[in-house]
Write a protein that binds this ligand. Structure first.
Ligand SMILES: [Zn+2]
Length: 466
């Protein structure tokens, strides 16, 4: 039953209790620490059939509901309602219960207690089990309240996205079992999610699908409205041909940039491979502490410009001693030549790079790898880089990185740990999405335009070239 007009003025106790249309008549602490609050409706009682005032009282009924804590104590609301009579001859209604808007009929939990549990999960990172325990509710009640609130946020239409990030995220641990016939381990389940992130705006994670195939990613993109897809200018991915084919299929107009962190990571891994092979060739065993090459392995992975002159002299001295060292040095130089090309991005230099310059430096990297074609790892690295060259150049020129997607992986993992793992993938998806949309979509979005990001990059501290 709807009641029009403003709620009546309340006495002090009712105002403190904070429910309009209810008047508190008594509060009584119980032995178990609960506070029982007795209240009566404070709304005009009119017949729902004819609208005339009630003619008399038929009977008294009591309703009880759990309410939000007061001063740390659980509260039980006891509502005394009257069943009233209508004696209008033409009215089909004989009796009706007087309305109490804050507590709908047959509710055992006040709506504001459910709201509190939903907010605890959505905004404070509490699990539904924790929120339910604090509110004194069943798990499913707290979870349903959270799901209702979260779905409302997640189902809202997306704001336009200029730069989209696509990344994979592992759901739980892979499961193995021993094959009784062969005695070998075989993979039972290895489940992944594909996450979509707004890299240029403030929406953070905007979508997630189960699986990490091209079809999975393309499926999510195909579900988005065509007008929203058309406004995507660039997509940032890891060096992953699966997502590249999905983007080519669903977003033919968008430029594709690869995340430069993964490019450098590949070069550092190649350097490690060369070092391990060269040490095995030289000593006939794996490296150990005491070997000169082993002692500088961490220096080689650092950026050249971050080495002190003494550290550089130490590494160069050790690598110059024999043929094994020369091979490691060649891989080290290749890594730095590749970084030299990537360092042209505006975030590092403070000025917009020129495409010719980037391609020239990449050519110098290929040239170096060709000069050292007796090192198979370098040939393989050069092949991979040349396959992704256009996307690397795009990333250097546009300054788009997938760091925004990678940073959310940690939040997603934290959600799974706080929950002690998930059995239900749909529940996990909802919890991860709402946690990763935390600061942006759930509250007022921080709108950052693409041009503003460029301005920020230009004013960054400049690194001294190595
Ligand atoms: Zn009536």
């Amino acid at each position: 039953m709807n009641i029009d007009g403003p709620a009546p003025a309340q006495d002090t106790a009712s105002a403190l209790f904070g429910m309009p249309w209810l008047r508190v008549v008594e509060a009584e602490p119980e032995d178990d620490g609960t506070l029982t609050v007795w209240a009566v409706p404070d709304a005009p009682a009119r017949c729902p059939g004819c609208g005339s005032p009630a003619s008399g009282v038929h009977e008294h009924v009591a309703a009880a509901a759990k309410d939000v804590r007061c001063g740390g104590r659980p509260v039980r609301l006891r509502l005394h309602k009257r069943r009233l009579e209508c004696r209008e001859p033409s009215c089909p209604v004989n009796t009706f219960t007087e309305p109490a808007p804050p507590l709908p009929p047959r509710c055992k939990v006040t709506p504001r207690l459910k709201d509190q549990a939903a907010c605890d999960v959505t905004d404070r990172g509490v699990t539904p089990a924790g929120a339910a325990r604090y509110a004194g509710l069943a798990w499913h009640t707290a979870h349903d309240a959270f799901a209702g609130r979260a779905d409302q946020i997640l189902d809202a239409p997306l704001a336009p996205v200029a730069h989209l990030g696509i990344d994979e995220h592992r759901r739980g641990r892979p499961r193995w079992r021993v094959n009784p016939e062969t005695g070998e381990y075989e993979l039972l389940a290895d489940r992944w999610h594909t996450c979509f992130t707004d890299l240029s705006g403030g929406q953070r994670m905007i979508g997630q699908v189960q699986g990490r195939t091209a079809d999975d990613a393309a499926y999510w993109l195909a579900l988005a409205p065509p007008a929203w897809r058309d406004r995507i200018q660039a997509v940032c991915i890891d060096m992953c041909s699966i997502y590249l084919s999905a983007v080519r299929r669903a977003l033919p107009q968008a430029q594709v940039a690869v995340d430069l962190f993964h490019v450098v990571h590949l070069a550092v891994n190649t350097l490690g491979d060369v070092r391990r092979r060269a040490i095995r060739d030289k000593y006939g065993r794996r490296g150990r502490s005491g070997d000169p090459e082993y002692g500088i392995k961490n220096l080689l992975t650092r950026n050249l410009e971050h080495l002190s002159p003494e550290q550089f002299a130490k590494a160069a001295g050790i690598l110059g001693q024999d043929a094994a060292g020369q091979q490691i040095a060649a891989a080290w130089i290749a890594k730095e030549k590749l970084r030299h090309a990537l360092n042209l991005r505006a975030r590092t230099t403070g000025s917009t790079p020129c495409e010719r310059q980037v391609r020239d430096r990449l050519f110098a990297f290929y040239d170096w790898c060709a000069q050292n074609q007796d090192i198979p790892e370098l040939v393989s690295l050069a092949r991979t880089i040349s396959r992704w060259q256009d996307h690397i150049v795009c990333a250097v020129l546009s300054g788009v990185t997938n760091a925004g997607s990678e940073s959310l992986n940690r939040l997603a993992k934290l959600e799974a740990r706080v929950a002690y793992g998930f059995r239900n993938p749909a529940h996990q998806q909802r919890r991860v999405q709402i946690a990763c949309a935390r600061t942006a979509r759930r509250t007022e979005p921080r709108v950052r335009s693409v041009t503003r990001i460029r301005k920020q990059t230009v004013t960054k501290r400049q690194h001294e070239p190595g």
